[in-house]
Design a binder for this molecule. Sequence first.
Ligand SMILES: [Ca+2]
Ligand SMILES: [Ca+2]
Ligand SMILES: [Ca+2]
Length: 493
Amino acid sequence: MRMLLRRSALAGGAAIVAVALLVAPASAEKRSPLLVEKSTGVRTVKDGGTIAYTITVRNTGTDALPSVSVAEDLGEALDDATYNGDAAGPGAPAGLGPPGTLTWTFPLAAGATATLTYSLTTTGAGDRRAASALRVSAPGYSSAGVCRTVVPVLRTGPDIALVKNVSRKVAMATTTVVYRVLIANRGDTAGTVDVTDDLTDVIDDASFQKASSSQGAAPVYTAPRLTWSGEIAPGGNVTVTYEVRVGTRWTNAVLNNAVTAPGTNCVTGQAAECRTRVPVSSLRLTKSGPPPNGGPPGTVLNYIIVARNDGAYDLVGDYPALAYDDMSQLVDDADYNNDAAGGPGTATWASPRLNVRAELKVGESTTWRYSVTAKAGGNGDFVNAFRSATNIPTDAPPDKPLPAPDRDDTADGDAIGRCRLDPPAPVPTPPTPSPSTSTTSPPPPGPTPTTPHGLPETGGDGRVLLGLLAAGAVAALTGVVLMAAARRRRRQE
Ligand SMILES: [Ca+2]
Ligand SMILES: [Ca+2]
Ligand SMILES: [Ca+2]
């Protein structure tokens, strides 16, 4: 199958046409005669497989080109593959030149096509993207950009990947938190895996409860690590499940842990799919006030209530800090004076409760003072209690999926690129100061505009287009200068 990437050529062609219509300088109408196509032959390759490249360079012009240079930069492929020493075609190189580049140099007659080939064999090392970048140049023509191809290198053998999910976004005291580690083999042969979850930063706030696996051996918990080892058939998977229970006292109020397994996506456990973090929410309430025997009727009794977010979860938005001072056992002995003062947040009286609401980030607190006046007729117990009514999310975070396996249908798998050389870019001629050209700015100083080195295949169109527009602008200025010179000649005649 052959696919052509035409964007560069189309965008460049459109730009040239536009400039030509505006000023029509003769030098800008001449298009590059070189048509370059590159094929990798395959969209993907497996470990140990071969990528056979074919590059065709056709001189579509009417003049022979004495020297065409084709340089293929293998810098991003040699981490994944070895060069087979088989470059062929006119002017084929004897070997790789520094830095990992194959260069063919040859003459090309008008209408002729040169076919250049070489191959790589993948090693299973590297970043699994065999990328190569082609530049073509000829005297009088600068390279319009780079034909960059990327061939994904697929694994052979087992391909074991893990993902770990958890049952709660947020926990609180006594919450049971359930972890599920899915271990899947997407490869073409069975593979063994050793999975470890270090629970050091979990069991400082929670206690380990139990663990199980969907098949194979049972997980083993030896504090602080949970481990599971086993073989997984190609296409098979195992789920290891385990539970912890948050305590009522904790260290850093965060259940933070990661699975690790050599030879998988979780070698270090740093990838997001390998980790979970469950904050523990807590609102610590304190209260100071008079002794519970209160005082004789008419005595004013003062209270201070404080709510502090001492967990690791911000109590804001839909889940603010909520607490209430329950005076149901006090109102028979005293009247609330409707004088709550403090903050942040609000304190509102709804007999027999004083309700406190505040947005408290981790570490923040809200403080309120109020008073009651003792009265006769009660049972003499001046009892009230400050309690939390805070809600937290009880749902699970969205399940993370397994990371995508090496696939053969990614956009990066476009295996065939096409590029075309720039039209000739005339050397800018400094304008002669003259009234007839005074409305035009001088052309930019310096060398002929060229395309920046290292243009990627994707995202390069705009830069190529800019380069072409710059060349067109220079050409337009040259056209103005030529017309001015013609007018001067006519005046002199
Ligand atoms: Ca690579
Ligand atoms: Ca912890
Ligand atoms: Ca009472």
